[in-house]
Design a protein around this ligand. Sequence first.
Ligand SMILES: NC(=O)c1ccc[n+]([C@@H]2O[C@H](COP(=O)([O-])OP(=O)(O)OC[C@H]3O[C@@H](n4cnc5c(N)ncnc54)[C@H](OP(=O)(O)O)[C@@H]3O)[C@@H](O)[C@H]2O)c1
Length: 235
Amino acid sequence: MDAVPAGPRPYVLLSCATSIDGYIDDATGQRLLLSNADDLARVDAVRAGCDAILVGAGTVRRDDPRLVIRSERLRRARMDRGLPPSPVKVTLTGRGDLDPSARFFTVGDADRIVYCASPAVAKTSEVLDGLATVVDAGDPLDPARALADLAGRGVDRLMVEGGGSVHAQFLTAGLADELHLVVAPFFVGDPRAPRFVRDGPFPWHPGRRARVVEARQIGDVVLVRYALSERCPDA
Ligand SMILES: NC(=O)c1ccc[n+]([C@@H]2O[C@H](COP(=O)([O-])OP(=O)(O)OC[C@H]3O[C@@H](n4cnc5c(N)ncnc54)[C@H](OP(=O)(O)O)[C@@H]3O)[C@@H](O)[C@H]2O)c1
């Protein structure tokens, strides 16, 4: 278990794919494919340009993502730059209860960091012994503290890939610099399914509109990039 220092935070890029009606998944037990092959290749390249990738514990449990760079060319390019082949994997958990056999912990050789609420640190450290660095991130867990800790570990650029609870927290706390939103060409239409974000006091509203810096068609999906802070180079 490590202590969390205070300090600056990395550049934070949020990435999400939704249906036309704003859902990020459906309500079945299966993972919903929103993206297409070309867009997944784009996401791979965005990942390769980051030092770390963060998802919430809900996404680790529900989607069992690998979170590694798929393209051998991109992996090699990172190594040529003196970087590990894939970015550090990061997750947030309040109650712990993460399966050590999840692909987050077992696929690839990237470092893994679990920011954990104080009460669950001892149990989580035991379960994930040798698989991840478990960091006490306070009670309640404060994402800003996790970001400060990542900066202290040399993470300058962080990609946050969801899910909805994590995206909502980063957005409402003003901890995001850029948003990549992909819209897939279909509806989910099921209120049991999760939406992009839950409700909250978002800093962007009718009186303060976010700035679109790019809109790009990628096959049958559309990518919209929003600048959310002055740190975004296109802002
Ligand atoms: N379409 C997309 O681009 C995309 C991308 C990723 C995920 N998804 C979807 O998103 C859904 C999952 O979203 P979700 O909102 O349920 O889960 P999530 O955002 O992935 O994770 C939420 C969990 O993270 C932990 N957590 C986050 N912030 C915390 C804090 N401040 N303090 C303590 N714990 C914190 C908690 O874990 P504990 O439960 O351990 O306390 C919480 O339950 C899935 O359906 C997945 O398919 C879609």
